[in-house]
Design a protein around this ligand. Sequence first.
Ligand code: PLP
Length: 463
Amino acid sequence: MEPRNLYEVIRTDYEEKEVFEKAKQYSFDYLDTIGKRDVTPTAESMKELQNFEEELPNQSCSSSEILELLHRYGSENTVMTTGGKYFGFVCGSSLPVSLAAKWLSDVWDQNCGLYVMSPIAAKLEELCERWVVSLLQLPKDTAAGFVSGSSSAIICALTAARNSLLQKQNWDVAGQGLFGAPQIKVVLGEQAHSSVFKALALLGLGKDRVTLVPVDDQGRMLPEKLPALDASTLLIVQAGNVNSGAFDPLDELCEKAEKAGAWVHVDGAFGLWAAASNKYSHLTRGIEKADSWSVDAHKTLNVPYDSGIVLCRDRNALVGAMQASGSYIQYSEHRDGMLYTTEMSRRARSIELWAALKYLGRQGVQELIDMLCENAVYFADRLSECGFTVLNDVVFNQILIKGSSDRSTKQLLTNIQNSGKCWCGGAVWKMEPVIRISVCSWQTTKQDIDECVEVFKACYKES
Ligand SMILES: *Cc1c(COP(=O)(O)O)cnc(C)c1O
């Protein structure tokens, strides 16, 4: 047989669609195992990762062989963060409609940098912007950029903040850089998220030259400890402490900043969604007075990774900060997505975000948030009944627990992680090792929680 050239091989894959059928079948097989197999891969299955080990091959490999490899040795070496028994970090699951919309949009393979490259992606970005702003009850003309996650969203927001604060002092930081620039005072809580410090480091604002505001026993900034704010201050507050879930006293902090003419950024990676629920919006009261916000759809909203959103009250501040030009860049009269983000080429993540919002509607978003938070309270109560100490006020979806000693807590965490039956992470809270539980998946049921509590009990030994 005449050896086929590469084009013919690819063309055949493309037209026969067998590889796509395989992907679909394997995906369905995987979906059927969620909730049935362990949350984490076994040591035995991780040995199979060795099957991927080789030098870059010289020869082409068939598509079906590649998909088969992925399914055989890849699927079982995933962590089931999408199931109902994963409580590590803050990881959402994915709503079926969002996942399906992503599949379709993966086939479209749109680049949403410019309107001319994808009118549909631009249209859905426009809608997502309007809907999210309305859902979170932010000022009407707030601009939104669709980025990979909160880390990126915070970088975009703080760039807009930095540029705008220096602009007021007649300094063009985009053009002149920070060498010789006037000072910006950066104020944030002692328990600000690591991604905030990373953004400050990246932006030349310095992660060590900040003023750290002391916090209370839940990790909330103490407003009475706030230093004097002025029009060259960047104040960064938190809607949802990554450990305790606590919200800074946002209303009071935003009010003070507004009076001083400072820029306020709200890191609300998972907690900002509280604003969309009548039951929890008291936690975010006052956020509309801030200047920028960052939030993840891939956490509380259960949209697939990667889906972060940067929001900025002053559209020109964000667009100005993200400006890029080139004779080949064709801007339009419509929404050009790259004006709102650091990236130029981007996948069109607004598609699955739009799908989730349309599917849930205002009411569904609220129900989802309320369900996660109610499950967290239920989980905390059950654990407390079993003798574990719950260390935080469970105001949102995060729980912190400990055993009777540091040693027993650490051992419990190791045993839970090794059990494979559910997964939680650890942290240090007030100098003590603790176990963090983040209830963030639509899949988690009360029965899952009951079963996990049994795992906690079985894994616990007093010492
Ligand atoms: C998760 C998280 C971040 C970082 O978000 P990514 O989407 O992982 O980049 C920032 N702040 C808080 C409070 C978070 O929970």
